[in-house]
Design a protein around this ligand. Structure first.
Ligand code: COA
Length: 386
């Protein structure tokens, strides 16, 4: 006999929303998204204004503090970030010991977790301690990515240059070359565009973990796990892998028409919230085209532009942030499996802002479920079981 029952009979059951669509999970001052108008606002500022006028460091400060820094505050933050960027010895040892075939997102998650072992503020979730941890993690995550990449490719890691921005240091410690001005500007803009996005899956994961009063390192480690998935941050690598299988725009069109006809998900398209063009894609589209023009190679751009029309016509789908970030990073010469880690080194700003907000006004996040399993079963001895 089988009969379904609510697991919380005392609470009137509400209709479960598939994937929690439309469910308000928190009150937050950090980010506003209008998915119909295609608007993205960090702390009151439109993303278009931010991407053109502020650096990633200013953006992180804004997300943490709720206001843009003045010159002195920015200088102080830059010094704090520079001081925190050198990775502790045990994390270097872990990164060098990881098998080279380790996926960079897994290396990043493992090393981030290991950073907690010597963090002086680990035991405290107070605002000042959390702010110090947010600064340290924002400085350390990019260094983990580039250090692991150098180890896995048989190269010596490069110490970060304290005079450089996070974007410039990422490129410098990845390649060992003085960062090119245009590439640094593009990287910085990409970090601003990816820094925050409301109650997305990884941020929600971070808030759930933080709401148990676990520390910021635990919450960020969980968020990194969530970001890796192909339905979330993992999509940017998948976009480029798809484009690389295509000979030209005609071939790309044919492949994607086939995917849509077979009800396959096309990476880089669709979004839970945006019902129009993702505003971040608008800026990345421009950046990808400009980089293609500068490199004298418009192949990826032509394919991408063609696919926008195909996805719109086929299933009314719009490109999301991952669609043009793929060709942007590829044209910059960044290895494919570092695309999602770049998303992470930006999103740490948003994750940490949400963790701080959660800790400031906390109640454990513990939803219920709609039980659909059997009831009233009785155990039988093991010999009598089918
Ligand atoms: N390719 C093809 N079809 C897609 C699609 C895509 N990228 N995204 C959504 N759809 C279709 C779904 O198959 C579904 O069709 P159906 O009603 O005929 O079954 C419909 O559009 C609604 O999609 P659904 O998966 O329910 O939307 P969601 O809100 O649950 O998922 C995403 C949102 C982002 C996970 C989804 O669009 C997706 O998987 N995109 C590809 C991965 C990606 O780019 N992720 C990065 C997001 S920033």
């Amino acid at each position: 006999m089988s009969q379904a029952a609510s697991s919380s009979p005392s609470v009137a059951p509400t209709k479960p929303a598939g994937g929690l669509e439309g469910v308000v999970a928190a009150k937050s001052d950090i980010c506003f998204i209008d998915g119909v108008a295609g608007e993205l606002i960090y702390r009151g500022y439109d993303i278009g204004d931010l991407v053109e006028n502020v650096s990633f460091e200013e953006c992180a400060y804004l997300l943490w503090e709720g206001a843009l820094p003045n010159r002195q505050q920015l200088q102080t933050l830059r010094s704090q970030l520079a001081a925190a960027a050198v990775l502790p010895k045990h994390v270097m040892a872990i990164l060098s010991a990881l098998p080279p075939k380790t996926q960079p997102m897994d290396a990043l998650r493992t090393a981030t977790s290991a950073l907690s072992s010597i963090d002086p503020d680990l035991a405290s979730n107070e605002p000042d301690a959390n702010r110090r941890k947010a600064i340290r993690l924002t400085a350390q995550l990019p260094e983990i990515v580039t250090t692991f990449h150098r180890f896995r490719t048989g190269q010596q890691p490069i110490s970060p240059d304290p005079s450089l921005s996070i974007a410039a240091n990422f490129l410098y410690t990845l390649t060992g070359k003085a960062p090119h001005e245009t590439l640094t500007r593009v990287m910085d803009a990409a970090l601003v565009l990816h820094a925050e996005h409301g109650m997305n899956a990884s941020t929600f994961a971070a808030r759930v973990i933080a709401a148990t009063l676990a520390d910021m390192h635990a919450a960020v480690t969980g968020a990194l796990g969530a970001l890796k998935g192909p339905l979330h941050g993992g999509a940017n690598q998948d976009v480029m892998e798809l484009l690389l299988t295509c000979k030209d725009a005609d071939d790309a069109e044919q492949k994607v028409r086939g995917m849509l006809a077979n009800k396959q998900k096309v990476p880089g398209f669709g979004h839970r919230v945006y019902k129009t063009f993702d505003p971040r894609a608008t800026f990345l589209r421009k950046m990808s085209r400009q980089l293609g023009e500068a490199a004298g190679n418009m192949k990826w751009n032509e394919m991408s532009e063609r696919l926008i029309g195909v996805a719109k016509e086929g299933k009314n789908l719009n490109p999301n942030v991952d669609f043009f970030s793929a060709s942007t990073y590829y044209t910059m010469g960044i290895p494919l499996d570092l695309f999602t880690p770049i998303f992470a080194i930006a999103r740490i700003a948003g994750w940490s802002a949400h963790i701080m907000e959660q800790h400031r006004n906390n109640r454990i996040i513990r939803p219920t479920d709609d039980y659909t399993g059997p009831m009233g079963l009785k155990t039988v001895p093991i010999e009598q079981r089918a």
